[in-house]
Design a protein around this ligand. Sequence first.
Ligand code: HEC
Ligand code: HEC
Length: 324
Amino acid sequence: MIRKVLLILVVLVVVLVAGIAVFVASRQHLSFAATPYPPLEASTDSAVVARGRYIVRDMANCAQCHGDTTQVQAMLSGADVPLIGGRVFDIPPGTFYVRNITPDAETGIGAAPAKAIARALRSGVGIDGRALLPFMEFQGFSDEDLIAVVSYLKAQPPVHNVVSAHRYSALGSVLKATVLASPVGPKPDVTAKSPRGATAENGRYLVESVALCVSCHTQRDEKTGAFTGPRLGGSAGFITDERGRYWSTPNITVDPTHGRLGSMSEDQFVTRLRAGRLLPGSPMPWQGLMKLDEDDLRAIYRYIKTVPPSTHDPGPVGPTEKKS
Ligand code: HEC
Ligand code: HEC
């Protein structure tokens, strides 16, 4: 009797596992190619390309992931290194290779229409129609800035550089079939034009959608990336530098005792940002942020002043080999 029950159990488990395996395998090549393209075209206007450079290089720091991995020191000193990809993320879901985004037709984005690149950034749908891995959080770019970024990428010198295909682990394949199956989609509040000038509105756009101060300076769930702590209240155990060491990010709210901006006037904030990286190896992209237009720096400060002050204390700023 017991043997029979065991046998039935074993058969059930085998059927279940096989079922899951078939389900997972059937969802490895989902296509979202029907997702509409943003109705945008690249431009060769020098002012548009210059705005794109400002975003790609100084504000959003695409080179941190897409830059030539043999030129990290030059990148950290502020050089516009070629965006040939190759950086490797070796994480539990798999081994992922950052793509070549120079306009080489064969190995980069040269053959992709501008609107397909725009869709990749805004909706998380890859040039080939698959859901992109959620590494990039630029779904809030305005139409104007999306055009500028794509125009700048298209204006780069093409560099032939073959990047390996991603390799998913068993865990990664399951994630790909389930929680990562659908593309992130655009932010609900995208606008046609970007706010400009030293206003809190412009600051909000820069902090939340372009320079992504929130991404690093807010506590997040290590596995899902979901925000779990107070906005700009600092984080621990999430941000690593290019050597894989962990850095806590300070609370940058205006709380008088726990927030960095609590004891900084607007002018002191501008002076601090202009000074650039003071802690060697800090993963904050100081090399670009130190060059922001003064209006943008003031805008950022004015927006952060409107964010509720937080008493969250993420602990001493890194680097540490282990998670804090
Ligand atoms: C945190 C690292 C990171 C940053 C920062 C980053 N990228 Fe990416 N990017 C990736 C990874 C990883 C992929 C590959 C995603 C995939 O294949 O699912 C990628 C892919 C791409 C692609 C190709 C999409 C495709 O369909 O193959 C484009 C275009 C791109 N990134 C543009 C940018 C631009 C522009 C910026 C800056 C505004 C940027 N990236 C910043 C990590 C990053
Ligand atoms: C890639 C992650 C990352 C991003 C993006 C980022 N920071 Fe940071 N930030 C850090 C880390 C790590 C530190 C601590 C190390 C240091 O001070 O360099 C830090 C420190 C700071 C400090 C304290 C500096 C001091 O000397 O007291 C301020 C202020 C700050 N960030 C503001 C910002 C603002 C404003 C933005 C967006 C415009 C931003 N950060 C974007 C990671 C980041």
